[in-house]
Design a protein around this ligand. Structure first.
Ligand code: ADP
Length: 214
């Protein structure tokens, strides 16, 4: 199975695809967003950066990635939310080369801005297991209002899931992350996954085909 890099605008569903790969294929997920959210409670500066939708500095991010990659043994992994800048993409390449890790599949998750905006205020997250829901979506809402299907605890809303922060994150995506996407497009084949539909059957089929290649 090929390891993957998800490059995607906010709210595009990279967490949902990651969960699918973890549950069905035993991938190890490396999510900088999740790791940073855990650090937020004891770091006010970090909390305010993240609430605004701005990027955390590259050095902090690459330290996290380096630590997490060291924990990988032979299992395929998912880089969820890294790289977000061209500098991170280049540093990541150096890191992977040193570790002799090759053949990683970069995936761009394509969702229109209008569709992303519709998802912003509906996202709810389980504080215990991290599973994401969307209360406006038939496919992604919890079975019971505001309660996690697995843990049965009350769902929470992320601090950065408001329109203002989303628009900042979307702007950051356009100004920084698109450059990282261009980098992969030029270097190797980039898989484009259309995730505009609520029904993800087709997108999952494409994803599964791609991770089995080689
Ligand atoms: P989303 O995909 O909804 O934007 P994430 O959980 O991936 O959410 O990221 C949340 C926030 O964490 C980002 O807005 C940013 O502040 C910080 N962050 C996560 N990954 C990175 C990264 N690679 N570089 C810089 N900041 C990051």
């Amino acid at each position: 199975m090929r390891s993957v890099i998800f490059l995607a605008p906010p709210l595009s569903g990279k967490g949902t695809f990651s969960d699918y790969l973890v549950e069905n294929y035993g991938y190890k997920q490396i999510s900088t967003g999740d790791i940073l959210r855990k650090r937020m409670a004891s770091d006010e500066k970090l909390a305010s950066i993240m609430a605004s939708g701005a990027l955390v500095d590259d050095e902090t991010i690459m330290d996290i990635v380096s630590d997490e990659l060291k924990k990988i043994s032979n299992e395929p992994f998912i880089l969820d939310g890294i790289p977000r800048t061209l500098n991170q993409a280049e540093k990541l390449d150096e890191m992977l080369n040193k570790l002799n890790i090759k053949d990683i599949l970069p995936i761009y998750i394509d969702v229109t801005k209008d569709n992303l905006i519709k998802r912003v205020t509906g996202r709810r997250v389980c504080p215990k297991c991290g599973k994401s829901y969307n209360i406006y979506s038939e496919s992604f809402k919890p079975q019971e209002d505001s309660i996690c299907d697995n843990c049965k605890v009350e769902l929470t809303t992320r601090k950065d899931d408001n329109l203002e922060s989303f628009l900042n994150r979307y702007e950051v995506f356009n100004s920084s992350t698109l450059k990282a996407i261009e980098y992969y497009k030029e270097k190797e084949s980039l898989l484009v996954l259309d995730n505009n539909n609520e029904d993800q059957t087709e997108a999952i089929k494409v994803l599964e085909g791609a991770i089995h290649e080689h």
